[in-house]
Design a protein around this ligand. Structure first.
Ligand code: 0GY
Length: 296
């Protein structure tokens, strides 16, 4: 058999996602997605570990209309580093329906934080994922979180499952809400009894922690339609219905094999949040509490 050659080219996002089988509730929020570039206007960071294809805001907005998502949280991705300009530009175009999670330098000052807040930012992301570069510095996190707590912001933490055991004591020290990305990137084939998932459940007993029950396409080992991963989301939603969020993760950076159909990812919500009251909390009430509390 001929060996497959790996291509450095990123996979393009799905060109024509299906219409979801399910209608989403009014005010449904995609709580994890990105905009990339366009590079000609918003260059990627020199220290990035990958170069994505352009995924501009217009394409994201069209996807959201197609899927029935009315609001969204734009998460700063590592390929743009701490230059949050593309994200802020997209939020500004969203007329209040979009909010953001930034990445910031350790020495960020109050006036810059206030500028980000004005621009719709409500939290800072810390990355510990090996393929995304150097892990976040713990002292820098302490300093940054001390500065963002007065603004009512939270932290978003993104890590590989094997890091959780080492990271958990540090996270428990932090005095602000923390949202864990992609179900802690556990390995869906290792079953709910695996130590990393049990530790995630244990952390979630503490009311400061929230978890995103998306990323099924990342943690699945069975492949499309990623149902092996969605069952972990279902467990988290059932146990912690008031501290779960969901998102598309469009345009799916670093997906190497099975680029998901975003409409089919929405359909996975039938497994993840099988009752209307769970869907309402996951897609509407929880994002409102965390990102638009002033509307309550
Ligand atoms: C994600 C996942 C990835 C990328 C990033 O910051 C990023 O560049 O988050 C990934 O490569 O797994 O959350 O979209």
């Amino acid at each position: 058999m001929q060996e497959r050659t790996m291509t450095p080219e990123p996979l393009p996002f799905h060109p024509n996602p299906k219409k979801p089988d399910i209608a989403l509730p009014q005010g449904a929020c995609d709580a994890h997605c990105h905009v990339f570039g366009p590079a000609a206007r918003f260059p990627f960071a020199p220290q990035r570990t990958y170069t994505p294809i352009d995924a501009p805001k217009e394409k994201l907005f069209a996807l959201h209309r197609h899927l029935g998502l009315e609001r969204s949280i734009l998460v700063q991705a590592s390929c743009h580093g701490t230059d949050n300009a593309a994200m802020l530009d997209a939020i500004a175009a969203g007329e209040g329906r979009y909010r953001g999670i930034a990445m910031v330098e350790r020495d960020i000052d109050q006036s810059e934080l206030e500028r980000l807040h004005e621009g719709g930012v409500r939290g800072v992301r810390f990355n510990f994922v090996t393929h995304l570069g150097k892990p976040a510095d713990l002292d820098a996190i302490r300093e940054i979180t001390a500065k963002i707590i007065p603004l009512g912001w939270h932290a978003v933490v993104h890590f590989d499952a094997h890091r959780l055991e080492g990271l958990a004591p540090f996270l428990r020290e932090l005095q602000l809400p923390m949202v864990i990305d992609h179900m802690g990137r556990i390995d869906a084939s290792a079953g709910p009894e695996q130590p990393a998932f049990q530790l995630l459940l244990d952390l979630m007993q503490d009311e400061r922690f929230w978890v995103k029950v998306c990323g099924s396409e990342r943690i699945s080992r069975a492949g499309p339609p990623f149902e092996d991963a969605a069952i972990f989301g279902a467990i988290l939603v059932e146990k912690f219905p008031d501290r779960v969020l969901w998102g598309t993760d469009w345009p799916h950076p670093n997906i190497k094999k099975h680029m998901p159909d975003d409409g089919a990812l929405v359909d996975l919500l039938k497994i993840i949040a099988p009752r209307p009251e769970l869907m309402q909390k996951l897609l509407v009430d929880n994002p409102t509490r965390l990102y638009w509390p002033e509307t309550l």
